[in-house]
Ligand binder design. Structure first.
Ligand code: AMP
Length: 285
């Protein structure tokens, strides 16, 4: 497995692969890898000849009061996991990504005005900027992103269209702990006391799913029921519970066809998100 730290070397290396007629799958990460990241890598390996994984904790996507400095980092362990899963190249750029004088950012007009974008105003600007830069540097044929960060995936899909990247974006389903909690690098922050309460996110989504299965189509009723489940834990603060259009992320009032249910909470000091598609069962005529 090759480890590349220089931007120029990464660009040349990719160019070389392309000249040899080889295809590249790319998995951008912020490290502290877990099975969710590994699922993206495994899927990437099935898509292309060469798998590039990047590990970079992107300062531009953290707000001033967020956890950039304390975000968990474990480079040696991460490299070992990449080796084991069979990544071909790991790209670990450093501060060269934002050199002195940097001032060009990528911002979407509408998609960030929903869900996580409301409470994390710089987040998607940082994500869109770093992903654009990484796409330019790695120049992959395929890029893999987790459905766990659904809004991010929607934003990347739009960015690829808007900026004419010739890249196929592949969404990978959420990988969960055995009890249902979506895997996340930030789960490390949860205390032993908080960990069981973290399950309430998944429970609230499961309850919503059951309501839809039982015929409920009033989105507000489902949001209220899910919120009640989350607030049954006094340590939880709800950021949002949303039922929305899976493409535009605009809220819906009545559930028809396929809609996205997305939740975000603070459990103590830890921000947790989860989501699932709600599908109205087919009613025979
Ligand atoms: P991060 O390192 O948190 O920036 O995540 C890197 C990529 O891994 C993103 O595309 C995430 O959506 C994806 N990812 C993180 N957690 C999961 C999970 N539990 N299941 C699937 N994909 C995930």
């Amino acid at each position: 497995m090759k480890v590349i730290t220089s931007i120029r070397e990464m660009t040349r290396f990719s160019e070389n692969l392309r000249c040899q007629g080889r295809t590249i799958a790319f998995v951008p990460t912020m490290g502290y890898l877990h099975e969710g990241h590994l699922a993206l890598m495994a899927e990437g390996k099935t898509k292309a000849d060469h798998l590039v994984v990047s590990i970079f904790v992107n300062p531009a996507q953290f707000g001033p009061s967020e956890d950039f400095s304390t975000y968990p980092r474990a480079m040696e362990q991460d490299l070992e996991q990449c080796r084991t899963i069979g990544a071909d190249t790991v790209f670990t750029p450093d501060s060269d990504i934002y050199p002195a004088g940097f001032q060009t950012y990528v911002e979407l007009e509408k998609l960030p005005l929903h869900l996580c974008g409301l409470s994390r105003p710089v987040f998607f600007k940082g994500v869109a900027t770093v992903v654009t830069k990484l796409f330019n540097i790695v120049n992959p044929h395929f890029a893999l992103f987790g459905e766990k960060d659904y809004q991010q995936l929607a934003i990347i899909r739009q960015l690829v269209i808007d900026l004419n990247f010739d890249i196929t974006v592949v969404g990978v389903p959420i990988v969960r702990e055995p009890d249902g909690l979506a895997k996340s690098s930030r789960n490390k922050y949860l205390t032993q006391k908080e960990r069981p309460h973290a399950l309430l996110l998944y429970r609230s989504i499961q309850a919503a799913e059951k309501m839809v299965k039982d015929g409920e189509i009033d989105a507000q009723k489902i949001v209220d029921a899910a919120t009640e489940i989350l607030l049954s834990c006094p340590d939880i603060t709800v950021d949002y519970v949303s039922i929305c259009d899976p493409v535009t992320l605009d809220g819906v009032t009545s559930i028809q066809g396929k809609v996205l249910m997305a939740v975000a909470v603070w459990l103590g000091k830890t921000r947790l998100i989860d989501n699932r598609m709600l599908v109205v069962p087919h009613t025979p005529e």
